[in-house]
Unconditional design. Structure first.
Length: 247
């Protein structure tokens, strides 16, 4: 059955078949993409001429504005790169902007969620997949989750991206050189790894695979943790995940 496109005529407050509208007559229309990105994600009401109020209410409930949607900030980088330090500052900033935040720090997760796992490639993957699964559930229900774990393997991080959803997974590569990470290591883990007393330590005798196309790359040598956290916050505001300050 043939279907003809109809357009809205604002001056006459009615719809007309597109092929019957004379050239030069002003029309109005909204595409499906515009409905999602220009109205629903921004929390703007759909115009009454476009759809019935009852339908608009259903669409709003099904697609809340982006600043009410969940998302995941996935910090990845070598041990002592500065992931947790930046994540802690960013957490405070997000709370100040009205977003509730759950933080998964690699060391804490190992103590609770992944207790009993070792540091073989298989156990590392299991640890990261567990974090990814829980993060996906939090984001799916509208929460904000920050994951700060070494997560050395690219394929496993991509699995987490797929679980969480590409549109709400924001990968942040903390690009700190190995030499700097070793200098910051107050626990002496790198030294023990170089002496062979710790096996499968990322960056020493186990590889770290940097992201190929992260959403954000931060430099913890030239920039402070405060500056990096502010930069990430600006990105989130630009994407609509966080509302700008009213000050």
């Amino acid at each position: 059955m043939p279907f003809s496109e109809f357009l809205y005529l604002p001056e006459e407050d009615r719809y007309e078949e597109a092929s019957l509208i004379p050239a030069g007559v002003r029309t109005a229309s909204i595409s499906g993409t515009e409905v999602r990105e220009s109205y629903l994600q921004r929390g703007l009401q759909l115009p009454r001429w476009f759809t019935r109020p009852e339908v608009a209410d259903i669409l709003v409930q099904a697609h809340p504005p982006r600043h009410q949607q969940g998302f995941c900030l996935w910090f990845t980088g070598l041990s002592c790169a500065g992931k947790s330090t930046t994540a802690d500052i960013l957490t405070v900033k997000l709370l100040e902007h009205g977003r509730r935040v759950t933080v998964f720090d690699g060391d804490v997760v190992r103590t609770h969620l992944s207790k009993g796992l070792g540091f073989s490639a298989e156990d590392r993957d299991t640890n990261i997949r567990r974090i990814g699964f829980v993060a996906a559930e939090i984001a799916r229900h509208g929460g904000v989750v920050i994951c700060a774990a070494v997560s050395p393997y690219r394929a496993t991080r991509n699995e987490c991206r797929a679980m969480i959803g590409n549109d709400r997974y924001i990968e942040i590569f903390v690009d700190t050189p190995l030499k700097v990470c070793e200098q910051r290591d107050v626990k002496g883990m790198y030294a023990l790894a170089r002496e062979g007393k710790i096996k499968n330590f990322t960056g020493i005798d186990d590889p770290y695979e940097p992201p190929l196309k992260p959403e954000i790359v931060i430099d913890t040598v030239k920039c402070s943790a405060e500056e990096n956290a502010e930069r990430i916050l600006d990105y989130l505001i630009e994407r609509g995940f966080v509302l700008p300050s009213r000050d």
